[in-house]
Design a protein around this ligand. Structure first.
Ligand code: NAG
Ligand code: NAG
Ligand code: NAG
Ligand code: NAG
Ligand code: NAG
Ligand code: NAG
Ligand code: NAG
Ligand code: NAG
Ligand code: NAG
Length: 508
């Protein structure tokens, strides 16, 4: 467990040397190629340098899957512009196989998937998607279909032969091979090695619910790892089946974890998010009906800010205009896809005003981005509207404490503030996209095509769709304040003014 000590220490040293924002694991050299400074702290297999995006059927369909669901969803995602916002994985979850054949290979269900998996993979590739598969590091999957424990190489070879690009690997029926990091590591590493030895690149998405603290060890064998028990479609309602409020050392992750429960578990482990290994906060519930519009905005925003994988977990065919507008906010997705690949830090959290669930807190989260911009999220999970404040010292607290010897540059700059939800796509526009008669296809304030132009390029070009609305600025020693409604969040991108100015202070 030497790494547990050295990783943060090296990160601190790196910070001092480069003046980089915290959680950045590499610097760019002049060629633009990331140079890995901390061994093992970037992608172990070269894949998934920014979080995977896409769709997974589980939250909305569970076992009710077949090939037309996958292909129809893919087509809708193209039509709605979702593929071109970066949602380019179609992930088939549990319940797709029937058995193993005499040679020990899995057999897909011929009734649900009459064309066979290879043909489905080929079709998805033609449509510009990657194809994800599911299994469990146990003798059964969670729905009691055949699991891969003890069959890792045959299963990996079969998926590779089909052209599968991605594996979600669950934790059910693991025969008690868990309870220490070493047991879990060894069990999940067998599949990691099996995938690698196929020679076919496959993103490896571990789903062991945060058991045995995977954020401490999984980055050497996987591309993402679930850090909590399963999400359910609730904003903050506690549930006895999700007993832990902290990720670290949670021996019974359970399920029915709310958005706020999962979010707050991220606070201590966010520094263990890195390019090539993302803490997976679980699939998105936006569209499934259990939360209000503003609660879904919180869910979507906070997952994005933490570089969680962004997998749409609803029926795309029945998406409402409001929910499409949430999934389609490119200014928020640009944070998720930022090459800094970091998590956010929770600068403060106060319990102020409980709602009927007994929960009621407000918090400030911040995150640095690759180009020096800074994200500020003012989260109001309390029961009433709040005027919320973030001082320069709070926003740049990490810079201030790490600086030690001189006032950090950031505190002496004036920052322009962009409200990243202020240009949310209107319901009219979203409805026209859903109905296939969009007349505003070229709305440059709401639409972004990440297939044509990467988010990084869009940010470098100051693309208006990625910046929301300029709402003010914050001067040295200043405080930013915004009125945030009950159960909602304000998400802002702060950008330093190019030259030091002699503007008068306390502009805001
Ligand atoms: C940049 O990194 C690449 C890959 O590690 C290396 O080949 C190249 O020499 C580096 N360039 C400079 C200027 O350091
Ligand atoms: C995005 O750009 C790609 C490549 O230029 C193009 O094929 C695709 O149709 C565009 N998507 C949308 C929604 O405009
Ligand atoms: C078992 O499945 C594999 C992979 O689909 C196939 O190559 C093999 O021929 C099958 N074996 C038998 C005995 O059906
Ligand atoms: C296998 O792992 C090595 C590094 O250990 C990596 O260079 C290679 O790209 C990987 N191959 C696949 C197919 O994942
Ligand atoms: C939450 O706010 C609502 C509306 O203002 C109020 O009716 C309710 O009593 C509040 N809940 C609690 C637990 O204070
Ligand atoms: C923000 O500052 C204002 C003005 O000082 C104050 O009235 C308000 O209570 C503060 N909000 C919070 C949530 O502390
Ligand atoms: C583009 O979207 C913005 C934000 O929803 C809206 O204010 C504007 O009217 C739209 N423009 C057109 C041409 O529809
Ligand atoms: C768009 O399509 C919907 C559904 O087919 C239809 O109800 C609506 O009238 C159409 N709107 C326009 C402006 O053509
Ligand atoms: C983007 O905006 C910044 C100021 O916020 C400016 O320094 C930079 O030159 C702009 N880039 C482009 C390509 O316009």
């Amino acid at each position: 467990m030497i790494r547990a000590v050295t990783l943060p220490l090296l990160a601190a040293l790196l910070f001092r040397e480069t003046g980089a924002y915290n959680q950045r694991r590499y610097i760019d050299n002049s060629s633009g190629t990331p140079e890995v400074i901390i061994p093992g702290a970037s992608s172990y297999n070269g894949l998934n340098l920014v979080p995977q995006m896409g769709w997974n059927n589980w939250n909305a369909f569970q076992c009710d899957v077949d090939e037309s669901l996958l292909l129809d969803t893919a087509q809708k995602m193209i039509d709605f512009g979702l593929r071109d916002l970066g949602y380019n994985h179609i992930v088939l979850d549990d319940c797709w196989s029937i058995d193993r054949n005499e040679s020990g290979y899995l057999v897909s269900d011929p009734i649900k998937f009459p064309s066979g998996m290879k043909a489905i993979a080929d079709r998805l590739h033609q449509l510009g998607f990657r194809f994800g598969m599911y299994s469990s590091a146990g003798i059964f999957t969670c729905a009691r279909y055949p699991g891969s424990l003890g069959h890792e190489q045959k299963d990996a070879d079969l998926w590779a032969s089909w052209g599968v690009d991605y594996l979600k690997y669950d934790n059910c029926f693991n025969q008690g091979q868990s309870g220490t990091p070493k047991l879990s590591f060894d069990r999940y590493k067998v599949m990691s090695d099996a995938l690698n030895s196929t020679g076919h690149p496959m993103v490896y998405s571990m789903c062991n619910w945060g058991n045995d603290d995977p954020y401490d060890w999984a980055y050497t064998i996987a591309n993402s790892g679930r850090m909590s028990g399963d999400i359910y479609d609730s904003f903050n309602r506690p549930d006895a089946r999700c007993p832990c409020t902290e990720a670290i050392g949670c021996s019974w992750p359970g399920f029915h974890c709310s958005v706020m429960n999962i979010l707050n578990k991220m606070a201590p482990i966010a520094p263990r998010t890195m390019s090539g290994y993302f803490n997976d906060m679980d699939m998105l519930e936006v569209g499934n009906g259990g939360q209000s519009d503003s609660e879904y905005v919180v869910h979507f925003s906070m997952w994005a800010i933490h570089s969680s994988p962004m997998l749409i977990g609803t029926n795309v065919g029945t998406l409402s205009p409001a929910n499409l507008a949430i999934y389609s906010n490119p200014a928020i997705l640009a944070i998720n896809q930022d090459p800094s690949a970091g998590g956010a830090s929770r600068k403060w959290r106060y319990f102020v005003d409980p709602d009927e669930t007994g929960e009621g807190e407000i918090s400030l989260w911040t995150r640095g981005l690759k180009n020096g911009d800074r994200i500020v999220a003012l989260l109001n999970a309390a029961n009433s509207t709040m005027m919320m404040n973030a001082s320069m010292n709070e926003i740049f607290f990490d810079q201030r404490t790490a600086g030690a010897y001189r006032e950090p540059e950031e505190l002496r700059q004036t920052w322009d503030i962009y409200d990243l939800w202020a240009n949310r796509m209107s319901e009219e526009e979203a409805a026209s996209i859903i109905n296939g008669n969009a007349t505003t296809r070229g709305n440059h304030t709401t639409r972004f095509n990440a297939t044509a132009t990467s988010y990084a390029e869009g940010i470098a070009n100051n693309d208006t769709a990625l910046f929301g609305v300029h709402v003010g600025s914050i001067a040295p020693s200043g405080t930013f304040s915004a009125e945030i409604a009950r159960h909602s969040v304000g998400v802002y991108r702060l950008r330093a003014r190019p030259t030091p100015t002699s503007r008068k202070r306390d502009e805001l």
